[in-house]
Design a protein around this ligand. Structure first.
Ligand code: IPM
Ligand code: MG
Length: 361
């Protein structure tokens, strides 16, 4: 019998609630198989919270998350809120929850499942052996620097300013995270920056080099972000761990996602200093398919496996979930986003049920 783990569930908007429901079935199945006890508490977040509480991140939702051992998040956003002012946008809630919970490190694995190689837009031989992790800095950089508008001095009309700021401590802590992860994998770290142009990137590079002295067994390469975007398409399997700042990581992790054929397959973890973490699929709320029961729940289900491994130390249960997903895919079951023959695609609930049924110790 293990202790009770508290999980805060913020399903959000669009397909969020649909995919989260399947992930919860998987969680419950691990209670059966391993004797775990999970206490789930649900909170409003994102667009639905704007509608019901007038803010994307209500105080009671934040407090619920702060008291939990981990957070499971679905997705937020949708056209309904796209034209709202900044404080009333779901994305503002997402940035706010990351900052308020101190989640400075975003881990996004991109693994190509052999049986899904034909779902990618790249040639299968380019994808062979691709298994990489993007470690993205999540609470600094241009996302969180000072932003404002003013009248331009040279008659150009109104101008907008976004500032990109990083300090040494922020770079050090994400670098340590990335080196630690690389040390447990193939021991290769690519640090991505734009040090030929940006001062923040020069500080980033200096700091990463200094941290690297503590990890002599990890091979470090520096890659400029534009070159990295290119190499990801040219030689994806040569990457092991990629560490980069907030905005570069946002862009490169979407690119890495497409190597796998579907963004519907990718899980992510956002971590701070301790074991607490927030887990969510990389994909968004997909308003175009919401409510139709056709969304792929695998990314959210794999996010539960990440939660088990990174926050709870439940490695065996994480293996059981990942193996079940692989077996179901190997047996040929596909949701629409990864199906080659769309007429044979199955729905969200059917995929969740198959994965639960395939879970065995
Ligand atoms: C992501 C998303 C968010 C980001 C948006 C929705 C604010 O693109 O999680 O990658 O840019 O971080
Ligand atoms: Mg993004």
């Amino acid at each position: 019998m293990s202790e009770v783990k508290k999980i805060a569930v913020v399903a959000g908007d669009g397909i969020g609630p649909e995919v989260v429901e399947e992930a919860i079935k998987v969680l419950r199945q691990t209670e059966e198989l391993f004797g775990y006890k999970f206490e789930l508490e649900h909170g409003l977040f994102g667009g639905i919270a704007i509608d019901e509480k007038g803010t994307p991140l209500p105080q009671d939702t934040l407090e619920m998350c702060q008291k939990a051992d981990a957070v499971l998040l679905g997705a937020v956003g949708g056209p309904k809120w796209d034209n709202n002012p900044k404080e009333l946008r779901p994305e503002t809630g997402l940035l706010g929850i990351r900052k308020a919970l101190g989640l400075f490190s975003n881990i996004r694995p991109a693994v190509v499942f052999d049986c899904l190689k034909d779902a990618s837009t790249l040639k299968p031989e380019v994808l062979d052996g691709t298994d990489l992790i993007v470690v993205r800095e999540l609470t600094g950089g241009i996302y969180f620097g000072e932003k404002f508008r003013r009248e331009s001095a040279n008659g150009g009309g109104q101008e907008a300013v976004d500032t990109c700021v990083y300090n040494v401590k922020e770079v050090e802590r994400i670098a340590h995270q990335a080196f630690d992860i690389a040390q447990k994998r193939r021991k290769r770290l690519a640090s991505v920056d734009k040090a030929n142009v940006l001062e923040t990137s020069r500080l980033w590079r200096e700091t990463v080099v200094r941290v690297s002295e503590q990890y002599p067994d990890v091979e470090l390469e520096h890659v400029l972000v534009d070159n990295c975007a290119m190499q990801l398409l040219r030689r994806p399997s040569s990457f092991d761990v990629i560490v980069t700042e907030n905005m570069f990581g946002d862009i490169l992790s979407d690119e890495a996602a497409m190597l796998t054929g579907s963004i519907g397959m990718l899980s992510s973890a956002s971590l701070g200093e301790g074991s607490f973490g927030l887990y969510e699929p990389v994909h968004g709320s997909a308003p175009d398919i919401a409510g139709q029961g056709i969304a792929n729940p695998i990314a959210t289900i794999l996010s539960v496996a990440l939660m088990f491994r990174l926050s709870f130390g439940f490695g065996e249960a994480a293996d059981v979930i990942e193996r079940a997903v692989k077996n179901v895919l190997d047996a040929g079951h596909r949701t629409g986003d990864i199906a080659v023959d769309k007429s044979k695609a199955i729905g969200t609930t059917a995929m969740g049920d198959l994965i639960v049924a395939a879970m065995a110790r």
